[in-house]
Design a protein around this ligand. Structure first.
Ligand code: HH2
Length: 282
């Protein structure tokens, strides 16, 4: 199974680790840690040294309750880091829902568009469809980041997420984007309850029925916090959810995910090395 992107045909025969680079002051897990170009690029290099297969650069936080960022600010955060990251020899993805940012990033040579809105902003599908070969990740989100946790989805999330993602992928294919450029993502934490998030993990194989590779992002999210809370008055903060996040990434890979989007690359790579070793004897 291959994920075709601008410069790389990524072999998804092996599970791949996508390292998160948030060039933001306010991301829920690591806001402010790499908010200027130099520190973001150092972070890129560190993630690659730890074993990341690809990088995902984002300029706007999508944490629940986050306000939209003006276009000019997002461009100013993302493009200088992207320019540097594109020299590092791995696929580079841009995490954005704004078609103008997608276009500017693709013009610079970005490999992948990662859109939590699954290209539902006006003009976004056209930007991707016009490009001859970029990869794209279409993610499910219920509602929008400003309000999604006030009114999460209701009912069984699995068939709803599957139907949404299939329709978005088919719409993109109808515009001429080949299937091997597209991966799908159930959007853990985006307008879903803790129970719905874990049902998407437990029954992840149902999502594979759509026939596209799956990318998943559990890293440090509040559902991990909820699972770790036990009898404590509050969940552990994001930085203390690393082991729980690695466990979720491993369970996702065991259930067929091909790409895991993570903050903690070193720890995830180690876990996957053990998984890979055991898999030889299946
Ligand atoms: N999660 C976040 C952002 N982008 N993209 C995909 N495809 N899948 C995800 O699960 C996903 C995503 C949220 O995590 P993070 O980037 O760490 O936080 P923030 O949005 O606060 O910057």
């Amino acid at each position: 199974m291959i994920w075709q992107t601008t410069r790389f045909a990524i072999d998804l025969g092996q599970p791949r680790v996508m390292g998160i680079v948030n060039v933001t002051p306010d991301s829920f897990a690591d806001g402010g840690a790499h908010a200027d170009t130099d520190s973001a690029l150092r972070h890129c290099e560190r993630l690659l040294a730890e074993g990341a297969d690809m990088l995902d650069i984002g300029g706007e936080s999508t944490r629940p309750g986050s306000p939209p960022l003006p276009l000019a600010d997002e461009l100013a955060r993302v493009l200088p880091v992207l320019r540097g990251a594109l020299q590092l020899g791995v696929p580079v993805s841009v995490d954005t829902y704004k078609p103008e940012v997608m276009r500017a990033a693709l013009d610079l040579g970005a490999d992948i568009v990662n859109d939590v809105w699954a290209l539902r902003q006006p003009g976004a599908t056209a930007v991707v469809a016009r490009h001859p070969s970029c990869g794209v990740c279409l993610m499910h989100m219920h509602g929008d980041p400003a309000t999604m946790q006030n009114a999460p989805m209701t009912g069984d999330a699995v068939p709803q997420v599957l139907q949404f993602l299939e329709l978005r992928a088919q719409a993109l294919q109808a515009l001429g984007v080949e299937k091997h450029r597209i991966v799908l993502d159930p959007g853990i934490g985006f307008g879903k309850t803790v129970a719905q998030n874990f049902s998407l993990l437990a029954r992840q194989r149902e999502l594979l029925a759509a026939g596209w590779p799956l990318l998943v992002g559990w890293s440090r999210k509040s559902s991990i916090g909820a699972a770790l809370q036990g009898d404590a008055p509050a969940p552990p903060p994001p930085a203390e959810r690393v082991i729980g996040s690695v466990a979720a990434a491993l369970l996702a890979v065991e259930r067929g995910a091909r790409i895991v989007r993570v903050h903690d690359v070193r720890e995830t790579v180690q876990a996957l090395a053990v998984w890979r070793q055991a898999r030889k004897y299946y």
